[in-house]
Write a protein of this length. Structure first.
Length: 330
């Protein structure tokens, strides 16, 4: 025996289902895909550990990033995503659909800016980059780089952090300040140094600071990365003979004149013998590797070929001929 609802009651039931289920689903669906604005309203949110879903949703609504905290909470709970939201600092605008906002928080796509320190750059060049990119003021950054109390906190026994700002890419969040960035750079240096070089330096005949100082000079000289071990061999050979290093980058940053060579400074290796008192830049791991594993050569001189590479010589006569060939013909 079949049971059939009369036509009218069936229509009433279907209408009720539509009103109670389909309409709310359509409403939620529209909420998830349609942002409240055009992306002009940009806001930062610090959703730290212990932040509740309700507080997050209310903050998003209060700042105009979503149109309904209640619907955002309902959707998050329906997805079972409440426990998957990651703490952090987020940047959202009112042109993002709420569903995309939730996805970003589940993925932990926090607000960061990438900042890359090139190999060999000095702290002054790093400060200039930070200032140019609108991240930090170079004057404050450099003051911290030379702050004795701060250097003590970092465990650096030197007059500045020069040499210890490890060249790589860093994530800067809205909470990162100058001190925090310097700490990140030095901590990365410490990790790499401890893993790759600390034990080897002990048997090198040089101290940690001396290794970093020599590596910084090599990085400034080596336009062609493959020449680092050869340049290191020249400097090692000169140090063993008590000869001055005569490295242009220690005398002046750009093209070196006779006046630069004669300038008396603690860093001018045309004037002083041995190493300068500290690094002139922040060396790459490859430059440190070259210091600890230089090429085995009898070279004492090198001169630029003006194409980035160098001609290496074992005798002064050969070097003078190379200088004539590469520098004095033009």
């Amino acid at each position: 025996m079949q049971f059939r609802l009369p036509g009218r009651p069936l229509r009433i039931v279907m209408a009720g289902v539509f009103l109670l289920v389909i309409v709310p689903l359509l409403y939620v669906g529209s909420f998830l895909v349609n942002p409240p604005g055009e992306g002009k309203n940009v806001q930062l949110f610090d959703f730290g550990h212990g932040f509740t879903l309700t507080k997050m949703a209310r903050d998003l609504e209060a700042k105009g990033i979503i149109s309904s905290a209640r619907l955002f909470i309902i959707y998050t709970k329906l997805k079972g995503a409440e426990s998957s939201i990651k703490a952090g600092i987020y940047q959202f605008d009112d042109g993002l659909p709420p569903g995309e906002i939730l996805r970003k928080m589940i993925a932990g796509e926090v607000a960061t800016r990438k900042f890359s320190v090139p190999e060999g750059y000095s702290m002054y060049q790093v400060a200039e980059m930070l200032d140019t990119q609108g991240l930090f003021q170079k004057e404050h950054f450099l003051r911290l780089c030379k702050s004795a109390p701060f250097l003590g906190e970092l465990g650096i026994d030197a007059k500045s952090v020069e040499g210890y700002l490890y060249p790589c890419t860093y994530d800067i969040t809205p909470k990162t300040d100058e001190a925090g960035l310097i700490r990140m750079m030095v901590e990365q240096f410490d990790k790499v140094y401890a893993r790759r070089f600390a034990e080897r330096v002990k048997g090198s005949g040089l101290g940690k600071h001396e290794v970093i100082t020599l590596a910084s000079i090599i990085d400034k000289e080596a336009v062609v990365p493959e020449e680092r071990p050869l340049i290191a061999s020249v400097f090692h050979n000169r140090l063993k003979r008590g000869m001055p290093l005569q490295s242009d980058p220690t005398a002046f940053g750009g093209k070196v004149s006779k006046r630069d060579i004669l300038r008396s400074t603690p860093y001018n290796t045309y004037v002083i013998k041995g190493l300068p008192p500290g690094p002139i830049g922040n060396p790459s791991s490859e430059a440190v590797e070259a210091v600890l594993a230089p090429a085995k050569t009898g070279y004492l001189y090198f001169v630029s070929r003006k194409d980035g590479s160098h001609h290496f010589s074992a005798t002064l006569d050969e070097h003078n001929r190379a200088v004539t060939t590469y520098l004095k013909q033009n």
